[in-house]
Design a binder for this molecule. Structure first.
Ligand SMILES: [Zn+2]
Length: 187
């Protein structure tokens, strides 16, 4: 009975994740013809569907094969972040993963992942770099939206995770480290 219930729950969650709620659009650079497909949140987050594979490599109107593409950004939740963090084959799209994650919106999720998920090495490096980027961005003199409280929260979080930061040291860009490390208590 318990097992059956569990199976049912799993199926329901899966169905929600499978719903095609996100749009990927492409525009032909030669003639401007537009095409669009609908994909699930998960497919959008991890870039699992190639719009050109579905709509054809050539524009149906003019035959050109160069397009611009846009897709709705996915707000990551715990389920998606956990799947990403624990699977080295999944990648966040469309921009650089550490830049996408370097957002106050994801701070609690990043800390949750670092402390409680079996994060694969490369993803741990990216999560640590994302934290450093938040400190970096909020240290820049020309950033008029600097958030000192956020910066101090992240500095505290980094100080509490020195061992993980040390493991990510080779991965983090030097120009980030130059700004961030002096603000930490690395000892
Ligand atoms: Zn075209």
């Amino acid at each position: 009975m318990t097992k059956k219930h569990y199976f049912f729950t799993y199926l329901s969650l899966n169905t929600i994740e499978m719903e095609a709620t996100h749009t990927i659009k492409r525009t032909c650079l030669a003639c401007g013809q537009e095409g669009a497909i609908r994909v699930s949140r998960r497919e959008a987050a991890f870039g699992l569907v190639d719009i050109h594979q579905i709509l054809g490599k050539q524009c149906p109107n003019c035959g050109a094969n160069t397009f611009s593409t846009v897709q709705t950004l996915v707000n990551l939740d715990e389920t998606l972040l956990k799947e990403w963090a624990t699977n080295e084959d999944l990648h966040l799209t469309p921009q650089d993963e550490e830049l996408l994650l370097a957002d106050e919106l994801y701070l609690n999720l990043i800390l949750l992942a670092l402390d409680h998920f079996s994060v694969v090495d490369q993803k741990r490096n990216i999560l640590l770099e994302a934290l450093c980027i938040i400190v970096y961005d909020n240290s820049l003199k020309d950033n008029s939206h600097k958030d000192e409280a956020l910066k101090q929260r992240v500095i505290k979080a980094l100080n509490e995770r020195k061992a993980q930061l040390k493991l990510a040291d080779d991965w983090i860009m030097d120009y980030i480290k130059e700004v961030v490390y002096p603000q930490l208590t690395l000892g």
